[in-house]
Design a protein around this ligand. Sequence first.
Ligand SMILES: [Zn+2]
Length: 473
Amino acid sequence: MEKLTLFNTLTRKKEEFNPIEDGIAKVYCCGPTVYNFAHIGNLRSYFFEDILKRVLLYNGYKVEHVMNITDVGHLVSDDDEGEDKMEKGSAREGKTVWEIANFYTEAFKKDIALLNIIPPTIYCKATDNIFEQIDLIICLEKKGFTYVTGDGVYYDTSKFPDYGKLARLDIEGLEEGKRIEFSSDKKNKTDFALWKFSPKNEKRQMEWESPWGKGFPGWHIECSAMSRKYLGDTFDIHCGGVDHIPIHHTNEIAQTEGCTGKKSVNYWLHGEFLIEEKGKMSKSSGEFLRLQTLIDKGYSPLDYRYFLLMTHYRKKIKFSFENLDSARNGYNNLKTRLAELKSLTLNTDTINILNTETYLNKFIDCINDDLNAGEGLALTWELLKDNELNPTEKLFLTNLFDKIFGLNLDKVEAAKKDVTIPADITKLAEKRKEAKRNKDFKLADELRKEIKEKGYEVVDEKDGKFSIKIIRL
Ligand SMILES: [Zn+2]
């Protein structure tokens, strides 16, 4: 297999990817909290993970891809405070939390499909894995990582020696700030809830019995429990947005490694934000852009995919409709170019390995350099302008590269416009026909070459007839 390098947040370095099992890549990605529609900033994370998956597949790996659906326990604040997002969605819409979860899970899957994102091998819901989460908390309790307060079971982060290594957190600095901004029964600022008790005088829609009392799991525990269940104690790649680094993923490491005593994940990959002029795009402001908003404004979901493709996943993207317009133009130009090429393709054209090899090598170098698909897209434009390649070779390469881009380029239809052959070309072809009739094959051959140099090809048919095709624009 070709060398593939990925930027590992754990080491802050690009590292060569070496899977635990030969030929198999085990990937876990944090999925959506299904209390509302995904905004286009959320979708960028799933797009980046899709590029990762496509690059692994392109390299010949079998990909076991697991994504969770958070349908309980994610509180409005990452500090275990505030309402449960699901209950909030339920109150907002006057539906049960279960209805809310089903509705927004389906909406999410629809968005994913519209963006041509390959769905995960397994979608797993937090509420389907309560037992596994309780089991993991019991394991942590046995090993002395937990304590119980008035409102739940907490993880004592001071007991986990490497706590914060992923985010390179300044724990002492955080502790100093604790007295001012933080008051609760937590022992350390970074401690977090593994299990929250249901409020005394209130019946929650989602609650379960546990060894510590009725309640619901904290948000972080589901990912540790489900990644372990489906991919094992140690697996290859864990993905998410950069906002997951300081809390969610840091806590996942503490939970899984606290229980198993083994390294949980070899490569941590994080995608950057999509930002509006005002800052990070989020749902908290109320108004937010979702994929349907773009569709309502006349954009196709793949215009947005092309837009995302242009920027490397570790760079921020500033979203504006102006930028989306130029991406749409780029995508349309690409499709037009391919439609023209398809109308020029000759049956007689063959693919010359030497011609295409250079581009194939350059392409894999781009995508295997920490998923630089944007550079792969620039390379595609370069090959389309290369006169050394015939239309069949150009289409072959572009369709192959689209396995990464996911832009449905193979579905582009040939341009239907009538092509007129200039009179001087027809005259040369007639002269060639005459030469052939006189058995002057040397002259006939020279004329064929001359015609070809001008970008046309004479195709001999039965009974001395011929047709002329354009091979170059
Ligand atoms: Zn997660």
